[in-house]
Ligand binder design. Structure first.
Ligand code: B12
Length: 213
């Protein structure tokens, strides 16, 4: 691959939008494989971690986070043509959303794009969604999979509330549940009562595909 992933991560971390978009345009023009495109998404994700660290240290401010969010959304838009092969056969249904209290949606949107490209029908209910919003959508579309996203520490408890709600409604056993986002770990997954966790959208799609076999 011609692209230097380290340089890309740095450019995202420095919020150098022109450089990032130019690199991605050149990359897309090389007609890359899906696997190469996923590496590029990962490099962008690492750049966002750099942004988060600089915010933590007080070098970046909320305005920079907002700009970083817009930058990454444009980056993913630029990568869309090469992110997935665009399966036409429907392989399964996913209800997806960012949990209550959390407004971050870039990672969720990346997972949605990749899952759709793999042939899943995805019902994305959006950000900051309550337990009842998840339950209502699940009752309506009866998916095989529930995907919950969150990047704030508090998202873990919000995810657990959804799973507890599903349990109370007797809906949990009909579903596979996957959680994603920066703070998810094995421990968080057990605490939440989910079936799987990941901090990588491509891996998340593979897990969902495995459940459909
Ligand atoms: C951009 C950003 C914002 C933007 C979000 C824009 C948007 N549309 O999403 C804005 C400006 C809105 C924002 C606001 C805030 N933010 Co912010 N933000 C970030 C930042 C820099 C990047 C997040 C991101 O997009 N990452 C890139 C994506 C691609 O990664 P990802 O989400 O992990 O997703 C990947 C995987 O996890 C996976 N995935 C994600 N979801 C799912 C779901 C499923 C089902 C699957 C299978 C996979 C999957 O796929 C993705 C691709 O591989 C992070 C830093 C960081 N390290 O994450 C801070 C960060 C998350 N923010 C933080 C904070 C503190 C805030 C604010 C409180 C700031 C403030 N004072 O107002 C507010 C909170 C608002 C709220 N209530 O949610 C903290 C959180 C601290 C904590 N532990 O809770 C962080 C970690 C920064 C930091 N180090 O301090 N933020």
């Amino acid at each position: 691959m011609a692209m230097d992933l380290k340089v890309l991560t740095e450019a995202v971390g420095e919020l150098d939008e022109d450089k990032v978009l130019e690199m991605l345009e050149d990359f897309v023009a090389t007609n890359p494989t899906e696997e190469e495109a996923q590496k590029v998404v990962n490099a962008c994700q690492q750049g966002m971690a750099v942004v988060g660290d600089l915010f933590d240290k007080g070098e970046y401010f909320v305005g920079d986070l907002i700009f970083a969010g817009e930058l990454l959304s444009s980056a993913i838009e630029a990568l869309k043509p090469v992110i997935g092969s665009g399966s036409t056969e429907k392989v399964g249904t996913i209800v997806l959303g960012t949990v209550e209290g959390d407004l971050h949606d870039i990672g969720k949107n990346i997972f949605r794009s990749m899952a759709e490209a793999a042939g899943f029908e995805v019902y994305d209910i959006g950000i900051d969604q309550s337990v009842s919003a998840f339950i209502d959508k699940i009752k309506e579309v009866k998916p095989q999979i529930l995907g919950m996203s969150g990047v704030l520490t508090l998202a873990i408890d919000a995810m657990k509330n959804v799973v507890d709600g599903l349990q109370q409604e007797g809906l949990k056993n009909d579903l596979k549940i996957i959680i994603g986002g920066n703070p998810v770990t094995k421990e968080a997954c057990e605490h939440v009562g989910a079936d799987a966790f990941t901090t990588n959208a491509a891996e998340g799609v593979k897990i969902c595909q495995g459940w459909m076999c």
